[in-house]
Design a protein around this ligand. Sequence first.
Ligand SMILES: C[S@@+](CC[C@H](N)C(=O)[O-])C[C@H]1O[C@@H](n2cnc3c(N)ncnc32)[C@H](O)[C@@H]1O
Length: 199
Amino acid sequence: MIFDVTKIAEKDLQCLFQYVHEEKCKNFLTKTKEHYRLLNAFSDMFHDEILMDIGTFKGLSALSLALNHQNKVITVNKEKRSNFLGKPIEDGFPIEVVTENILSVRDNEELADNIKKSAVVLLDITHNGKDEQDFYEFLLEIEYKGILIADDIYLKRNGDMEGWWNSIKEKKFDLTEYGHWSGTGIVDFSNKLEIKWTT
Ligand SMILES: C[S@@+](CC[C@H](N)C(=O)[O-])C[C@H]1O[C@@H](n2cnc3c(N)ncnc32)[C@H](O)[C@@H]1O
């Protein structure tokens, strides 16, 4: 499986504008140095798979992963997000919204099972390095065989994300140059991923 980073620049997410209300969010979807176009390009590598989106917030990452309709996106947030001001993200997209604290995933058999079956997990939660480590240990416990995309691996605001990222021993790629300014890391538990970098 080859992820060609040149595919990111070809992506246009303007069709998602109706699902978001704020101008700021629309800008996030289109500009470089955010990860949404990368997520959309990454999702194109999969068909009929479950893609997990951990940390829904306003739904931009879930929408970006679901835009091509080829997979099912399950998006998880610890509190119910009732302040979506655009169209509901489930409306017209293969998205299932789950309200759960991901740190309690060991007590939620259905969610744990879906994560184990998923091809991709996007992790975008508290960014303190501790919650990410806790979830990472869960992935190791279940012998996860998919691909983890970690957002904000260099964010310093809430804790030691970089320390957590550096501690990861599995095969990993740093796609920050093509993703989020605050860091986009990929851990390949599948051992099948190759990156086609620009020359
Ligand atoms: C940075 S936002 C996610 C942004 C979203 N992925 C995007 O790119 O559009 C982080 C979200 O994670 C949620 N969150 C934080 N800790 C969580 C946890 N332990 N379990 C589930 N959701 C959590 C927060 O409520 C917040 O909505």
